[in-house]
Design a protein around this ligand. Structure first.
Ligand code: GLN
Length: 277
C-alpha cells in the first residue's frame, strides 16, 4: 500500500453527504491508529499525505465488488487496480480524496447528481456515456463476454432461447444483452452487483450472464464455478476515470497527468502485475 492513509466508506449511497465532513476531519490526523479506528467504524476517507492547496477532498465513487478492480481482500482491506491506481495518481498529483464504495449503478448516479466528484469503477468509455460524463484516457482494456456455470450445455447465444440471462444493472454487459435479447429470444434478469449475479448463474436460476472479460477471467481463476464458452467476446470498451460532463475539469486533468506519470515511472505496471498474474 502507498504512503496514503487508506480507509474506505462501505456505507450505502444515501449517506454520501453526511459522511464527507467526518472524512475530512479524519484525514487531518493521518495516523495508523486513526486509519484502523476509522476502518472499524466503517466511515472513512482515503487521503494522500499532501493535500492540495485548496484543501479540497474529492469524493470518488466506485463499485462494491468488481475484482480485480475493487474488492475486499482476505485481510478485510478494500483493494484492487482501481483503488491502487487512484491512490498512486492522487499521491503523484497531491490531491485528497474519499473513496466511496457504492455499487456500479449507484456510483454513476452519484456523479451525475453531483454527490460524488468522480468515478473509477471499471467503467467503460462508451459514446452514450460521453453525453453525460467526461472521461480520462483509458487505463485498461476490456470487453464483454458471456459466462455460464461450469459444465453448462450453453455454448452460444442460440442456446439462450427461452432461457433467463443475468445482467448487472447499468453496465455495458447489460446493454449488450438487451441489444441481442429479442434476436436470440431470452429473458433478462437484473442484479445490482457482480457476485450475486454469478451466484444466480451457478445455482442455475439463470443460465448465463454478461460480464467484462478481465473480471470474469479473474473470478474463474480465483475458483468461481463458471466458464466462458467459446470466444464470445463482444464490444471492446476500455475503462476510464470519469467526472460529470463539464464539471471537475481540474480533477480530470490531474487524473490524466498522474496516469501519464505513473505509466512512465513504472508504478502503473507494478499495480497491474500485483493483481494479474
Ligand atoms: N465495464 C462495465 C461498464 O462500464 C462494468 C463495470 C462494473 O460493473 N463495475 O458498464
Amino acid at each position: 500500500m502507498l504512503a496514503a492513509a487508506m480507509v474506505l466508506s462501505m456505507t450505502a449511497c444515501g449517506s454520501t453527504q453526511e459522511e464527507a465532513p467526518a472524512a475530512t476531519e479524519s484525514a487531518e490526523t493521518e495516523s495508523a491508529a486513526q486509519e484502523t479506528a476509522a476502518a472499524e467504524t466503517e466511515s472513512a476517507a482515503a487521503e494522500t499525505e499532501s493535500a492540495d492547496a485548496s484543501g479540497k477532498t474529492y469524493i470518488i465513487a466506485t463499485d462494491t465488488v468488481f475484482a480485480p478492480f475493487e474488492f475486499t481482500d482476505a485481510s478485510n482491506n478494500f483493494v484492487g487496480i482501481d483503488v491502487d491506481l487512484l491512490a498512486a495518481i492522487a499521491e503523484d498529483q497531491g490531491f485528497s480524496y474519499e473513496l466511496q464504495s457504492l455499487g456500479f449503478d449507484a456510483a454513476l448516479l452519484a456523479v451525475e447528481s453531483g454527490q460524488a466528484d468522480g468515478v473509477i469503477a471499471g467503467m467503460s468509455i462508451t459514446d452514450e456515456r460521453k453525453e453525460k460524463f467526461d472521461f480520462s484516457d483509458s487505463y485498461y482494456d476490456a470487453g464483454v463476454t458471456m459466462a455460464v456455470a461450469k459444465g453448462s450445455e450453453i455454448a452460444s447465444f442460440e442456446d439462450l432461447k427461452d432461457q433467463k440471462v443475468a445482467v448487472k444493472t447499468g453496465t455495458n454487459g447489460a446493454a449488450f444483452a438487451k441489444s441481442i435479447a429479442d434476436e436470440y429470444g431470452f429473458e433478462i434478469v437484473e442484479f445490482s452487483d457482480s457476485p450475486t449475479m454469478y451466484q444466480d448463474v451457478i445455482t442455475g436460476n439463470t443460465v448465463a450472464c454478461f460480464e467484462d472479460y478481465p473480471v470474469m477471467a479473474y473470478n474463474i481463476q480465483q475458483g468461481a464455478g463458471m466458464e466462458m464458452p467459446g470466444d464470445v467476446n463482444e464490444s471492446q470498451t476500455p475503462y476510464g476515470f470519469a467526472v460529470k460532463k463539464g464539471e471537475n475539469a481540474e480533477l480530470l486533468e490531474m487524473f490524466q497527468a498522474g496516469l501519464k506519470n505513473i505509466k512512465e515511472n513504472g508504478k502503473y505496471d507494478e499495480i497491474i502485475s500485483t493483481y494479474t498474474k
